[in-house]
Design a protein around this ligand. Structure first.
Ligand code: S3P
Length: 426
């Protein structure tokens, strides 16, 4: 696909699509609850639609009238054995959280996904699940999908210290703990997004969170709820950065989710001297309006406990750093290497093709600022966030073409991304 180039300004207002993490979980919680759950502003993108399809295959009646989604909850252990292998497509959140949810349902099931999913590490979920008494295996005794869960039922509570900072692993174990006997205690490596903990409470469950320690008892029941999904800050991030680096720009992003566990990008933009402000903050819904204007930026260091708070935004933050004065160093982000693609390598390789100066390191990148970007043929590697980042980069290219291979990956999280961008270029 030929990308849009040479943006002279970006102006206007957008309502970014629903949060991906919350959309997945709203289907999962609604299915495990008793009674009806109604979801509005659900993210209708490939990843979340795959979750929806799978819960239907698990026997949950889910109605989508194009506006709201209504789920007839089946209760904590009410899922039915599916007739077929469950295919999560590209979605790591779906496969990992499902492993925890299906661990104690009392039937055997196989989970698979696309070629990217088949390369993603699953021992991080399988090893603690085995400690809970779950029989689970990867393809030909590896840790990779297809994953086969045997007919398990009696799960034991565990005390477990997570070796990686991962909300997907934490959430999988919380779902398994809900079906186990006794009290499970998890200690996080770093605090990660807490949507699962928040939704356990929202659906009427009990959970105790003290810093990085989480305690949860099994044998709980959930009640169906109304869920309004806020906009995804990870999708807003592309327009936050676009508004900062394209000259003469002013972009207003409405109804963006502002969970403290997700707002690392706002802290980084402030540290880089970017013009960013928050208004209309709705404390109850944890959402608000983000406004950005074109800025003169300075390089910074991004490392330590902020990393999980912006892990999905690092590709677009790397682009931001190419336009700042001085050097930006990203460290402690080795998890980027096991996302939809190796994002350290993908960002470095593709932006370097366009003229950036980025050195990949084991756990991050060293990025030189004030670089001029030029036309090239680039690829998303089938990774939605790499594809969108490259389109924002192309806006700075004055002439020459930028051709993006595998541009359709964008539909994994943001199907209307190119239309939304176009609306700001008028
Ligand atoms: C997610 C957790 C993160 C994030 C992913 C969504 C979630 O993954 O990168 O896009 O919804 O729990 P990890 O748990 O692998 O860090």
């Amino acid at each position: 696909m030929k990308l849009k180039i040479n943006a002279t300004s970006l102006n206007g207002e957008l309502k970014v699509p629903g949060d991906k993490s919350i959309s997945h979980r709203s289907i999962m919680f609604g299915s495990l609850a008793e009674g009806e759950t109604v979801i509005t502003d659900f993210l209708r993108a490939d990843d979340c639609l795959d979750t929806l399809k799978i819960f239907r295959q698990l026997g949950v009646p889910i109605h989508d009238d194009g506006h709201k989604i209504t789920i007839e909850g089946q209760g904590m252990k009410g899922l039915k054995k599916p007739k077929e292998v469950l295919d999560v497509g590209n979605s790591g959140t779906t496969i990992r959280l499902l492993m925890g949810i299906l661990a104690g349902q009392g039937f055997d099931v196989t989970l698979t996904g696309d070629s990217s999913i088949q390369k993603r590490p699953m021992n991080r979920v399988m090893l603690p699940l085995r400690e809970m008494g779950v029989s689970v295996m990867g393809y030909e005794s590896t840790e990779f999908p297809p994953i086969k869960l045997n007919e398990n039922s009696d799960l034991k509570a565990i005390k477990y210290q997570l070796p990686v900072a991962s909300a997907q692993v934490k959430s999988a174990l919380l779902f398994a703990a809900l079906q186990a006997e006794g009290e499970t205690e998890l200690i996080e490596k770093e605090k990660t997004r807490d949507h699962t903990e928040v939704m356990i409470k929202q659906f009427g469950g009990q959970i105790k969170v003290e810093g990085k320690k989480i305690t949860l008892s099994g044998d709980q029941r959930f009640t169906g709820q109304k869920v309004n999904v806020p906009g995804d800050i990870s999708s807003a991030a592309f327009f936050i950065v676009a508004g900062l680096i394209v000259p003469n720009s002013h972009i207003v992003l409405k109804n963006v989710g502002l969970s403290e566990t997700r707002t690392g990008i706002i802290d980084v933009v402030k540290a880089m001297d970017g013009n960013i402000s928050l208004t209309d903050v709705d404390e109850l819904n944890d959402s608000g309006t983000i406004t950005v204007t074109s800025s003169t930026l300075i390089g910074t260091e991004i490392s330590g406990d902020i990393i999980p708070r912006l892990i999905d935004e690092l590709p677009i933050i790397a682009l931001l750093a190419t336009q700042a004065t001085g050097e930006t160093i990203i460290k402690d982000a080795e998890e980027l290497r096991v996302k939809e693609t190796d994002r350290i390598q993908a960002v470095s390789d593709e932006l370097t093709k366009m003229g950036a100066n980025i050195v990949p390191t084991i756990d991050g990148m060293i990025i030189q600022g004030n670089t001029t970007l030029s036309g090239s043929r680039v690829t998303s590697y089938g990774d939605h966030r790499i594809g969108m980042m490259l389109q924002i980069a192309a806006l700075l290219v004055k002439k020459d073409e930028v051709i993006l291979d595998k541009s359709d990956a964008v539909s994994v999280s943001y199907p209307h991304f190119f239309d939304d961008l176009e609306s700001l270029m008028k």
